[in-house]
Design a protein around this ligand. Structure first.
Ligand SMILES: [Zn+2]
Length: 155
């Protein structure tokens, strides 16, 4: 009798490999900044945030912090493949979203909820990019809320 219920249970628990951004889609730079725009649009922050691709010390892939001028900074280490860049952006955006909430652990449940939302925005971006050929701009690459994100690539 038990075997009757086993098959659907297994199907629900199938392990899938980590999602990769589509090959042959927009360039890595376009994908990164398109995701940044989508995160800012769909999970807006109350303050201006600077997103930058930088060279971080080896132990860091990303960092969210208050800069010298009091601006929130989301820093992503540029020495990563595109999937790492996107995952790090999602991870750090979740930190930015809960930045002003006192947290006993920076990766607590509240951060996890923000991370989950940001991850789903990344997956939706993958779907958009699958429909875009390399020569075309990413579908919704522009149109984020003005003044929310200031992107820069720092060598
Ligand atoms: Zn973290």
């Amino acid at each position: 009798m038990k075997a009757l219920f086993l098959a659907p249970l297994l199907a629900a628990c199938l392990y899938l490999p980590p999602a990769e951004p589509p090959a042959g889609g927009p360039s890595a730079e376009v994908m990164f900044w398109d995701l940044a725009d989508a995160l800012a649009r769909e999970m807006p922050l109350e303050e201006t945030v600077v997103i930058a691709i930088v060279d971080l010390p080896p132990q860091f892939l990303g960092m969210t912090r208050k800069g010298l001028l009091g601006k929130l900074q989301v820093l992503v280490d540029g020495g990563q493949e595109i999937n790492g860049l996107l995952d790090t952006l999602v991870h750090e955006w979740a930190h930015a979203v809960v930045w002003n909430v006192a947290q006993p652990d920076p990766h607590d449940e509240l951060w996890g909820i923000a991370y989950s939302r940001a991850y789903r925005i990344k997956m939706a971006a993958f779907e958009r990019w699958r429909k875009v050929k390399k020569s075309e701009p990413a579908g919704e690459a522009t149109g984020g809320p003005a003044g929310t994100v200031q992107g820069e690539t720092v060598p």
